[in-house]
Structures are given as structure tokens and as C-alpha cells.
Design a protein around this ligand. Structure first.
Ligand code: ATP
Length: 304
């Protein structure tokens, strides 16, 4: 089932066309909204929230049209914006409770949910600290807790690792993955970092100049055009030679071979040749493109 579905969505800001007919589908799990700066990611998140009306096309979010049923949609969405304006003197718990109350939770429930959400994001011990005394990583987590406090079914995170050091980034990505998989909340993660999307997302929507150039599950997208990658003990030269003699197209890089052939044909040939040469196989895996390959291919296709 689609959590968000966009059909030819257009949004113009004056002379600038931020979205130029974006068509896509976002399902359960964690979906990366990937694109360079200015590609239209934040604009799209605002439209999913029902904050901006499309100039063309349509959006469906949790079965509703956000430009008509904005408040109803926002009740069910948690949003952590890219830039924060968190009040420095307010304790994290008070802020998250207050935002939960704004979402309509009664005081007692908002208090309980604020504590739960802050524990969920790893700030349980720190929850009564003023936000101004917290690190950037902790403040990003406060935003996440605030977005989670009213029990949303969909979470929109705009560049949630901005300003984090590598260790904080790693743990934020881990947390996002857990939210998407263990808490059962659908997550849309806007990012301009391929590697980040590749690590945590199940699916991706790639935006370029306001248009969706690729979308789908990462597994589908990364599946190359067949073939195997083989890593052997020692030099792979003799194995490459034998496979080429058998008519296969093989590239060698030290102990690693990339074989372009139907997977089962390549696997049989590798097994036979390795047994014949008594070469140890350390790794045999399907050839897959990286998300970077996919991304670069779409950029090329888009420019042609
Ligand atoms: P970034 O990662 O830099 O935030 P983005 O992919 O989120 O980029 P948007 O912020 O959606 O992209 O911006 C898309 C285009 O629309 C940009 O050219 C931007 O300058 C323009 N834009 C966005 N919001 C507004 C606005 N409120 N008024 C005018 N132009 C805007």
C-alpha cells in the first residue's frame, strides 16, 4: 500500500519551478528522498504536510489529499525540519510535551509520551536538561523525539544528520533504521548523501531539478545486469585465464573478478574452474550496482 503517492506534482515559487511534474510512490519502511541541494526535497515534504498547495498534479498522503485535509494528515505525521529553532532555555521534556499537547494529546498523556519519545531516541537520562546545553547530535534527537511524541504513522526527516560528527551520524542512522523497522513507522528521509540513503533506506525516490528520475526499492535498483563478483585466495589471474578460455567476459583486479554472464552460467563455470585449479573462493556474490551507479546513470539519462 502507498503511504504517499504523487502524480505529476508541480510547485512553483515565483519564477522558480521547485517541482516540475514529480510522479512517485512511497511505501512502508524507510524511503530516501535523494537529490542535490535545490532539487525540491524540502518543498515536497512541505506539500506532503499540506503546507503548500500544488500548482499542478495531485498528492495522496495516508489516503487523503493534504491540500484539502491538511490538519487530519498532520495529526498522523511527525516532521523534523532541517533547520531548528529550538528554545535554548526550555528543557527537552517540556518542549516535547508541549508539542505533543499542540497535537491534541491531553496533558497527562503528553507528559508520558514525551518521556517515552525521549527514551526512544536515547535522551532518557538527559530529558530534563535545557536544550541550549545540548550538543548538535542531542538537539537533532530532540527534534526526532518531538516528531515522534504524538505517535505518528509517518515520519518526515529533513536532512537529520546535518551538523553531526561521524559517530553521532552513525547512531542517528541506526536510530532511523530502528524507527522504520522496529517501531513500524514509515519514514521519509530527505538527504543529499547517497551513502546515507544506501545504508538505511529500503527504497529511494531520486529528485533532479524537481522531477523524479528514479524510484523503487534499493534491492531492485541495485541489481546489476547479471553476473558475479568473485574474490579468491591469492591471485585471480589463473582463474580469469581459464574462465576467458571458456568464453566468459572477465575483468580482473588482483584477487577479485567481475564476470559478465548469466548468474547460473558464471557460477557453474567458476566452481568448475576453481576446483580444477584448486583455488580457494573467498566470496562469490551477485553483481550489483551501487546506488551511486544508479544515481549517476539517472543524471546522465536526464541530461541526454
Ligand atoms: P536543500 O537541500 O538545499 O534544502 P531541496 O532539495 O530541499 O534543497 P528546496 O528547498 O525544495 O530544495 O528548493 C527547491 C527550489 O525552490 C530552490 O531553487 C529554492 O531556492 C526554491 N524555493 C524553495 N522554497 C522557496 C520559497 N519559499 N520561496 C521561493 N523559492 C523557494
Amino acid at each position: 500500500m502507498s503511504v504517499v503517492r504523487g502524480t505529476a506534482v508541480v510547485k512553483r515559487w515565483g519564477e522558480t519551478t521547485a517541482l516540475a511534474g514529480a510522479t512517485f510512490r512511497i511505501g512502508a519502511g524507510v524511503t530516501g528522498l535523494l537529490g542535490a541541494n535545490g532539487a525540491g526535497k524540502t518543498t515536497l515534504l512541505g506539500m506532503i504536510l499540506g503546507l503548500h498547495r500544488p500548482d499542478g498534479g495531485s498528492l495522496e498522503v495516508l489516503g487523503l489529499d493534504p491540500s484539502i485535509a491538511g490538519p487530519k494528515v498532520r495529526e498522523r505525521i511527525g516532521y523534523a525540519p532541517e533547520h531548528d529553532a529550538l528554545p535554548p532555555d526550555v528543557k527537552a521534556h517540556d518542549l516535547v510535551r508541549h508539542l505533543a499537547e499542540i497535537h491534541g494529546l491531553p496533558n497527562r498523556e503528553a507528559t508520558a509520551r514525551a518521556s517515552d519519545a525521549l527514551w526512544q531516541v536515547g535522551l532518557g537520562e538527559e530529558r530534563f536538561r535545557p536544550i541550549g546545553t545540548m550538543s548538535t547530535g542531542q538537539r537533532q534527537r530532540v527534534k526526532l523525539a518531538a516528531a515522534l511524541a504524538h505517535d505518528p504513522v509517518l515520519l518526515l526527516l529533513d536532512e537529520p544528520t546535518n551538523g553531526l560528527d561521524p559517530v553521532q551520524r552513525e547512531s542517528m542512522l541506526d536510530l532511523i533504521r530502528r524507527i522504520g523497522h522496529e517501531f513500524g513507522i514509515s519514514v521519509v528521509l530527505s538527504s543529499h548523501l547517497l551513502e546515507e540513503v544506501e545504508r538505511v533506506c529500503d527504497g529511494v525516490v531520486i529528485l533532479t531539478d524537481g522531477r523524479v528520475v528514479t524510484e523503487g526499492s534499493l534491492d531492485e535498483l541495485r541489481t546489476g545486469d547479471g553476473g558475479l563478483v568473485v574474490v579468491v585466495d591469492g591471485d585471480a589471474g589463473p582463474l580469469a585465464f581459464r574462465l576467458r578460455a571458456a568464453g566468459l567476459c572477465v575483468e580482473q583486479d588482483g584477487s577479485r573478478l567481475v564476470i559478465d554472464a548469466a548468474e547460473d552460467v558464471a557460477a557453474d563455470a567458476v566452481r568448475d574452474a576453481a576446483a580444477h585449479l584448486d583455488v580457494g573462493l573467498r566470496r562469490v556474490q551477485r553483481k550489483t550496482a551501487t546506488l551511486e551507479d544508479v544515481f549517476l546513470a539517472t543524471q546522465g539519462a536526464d541530461r541526454e
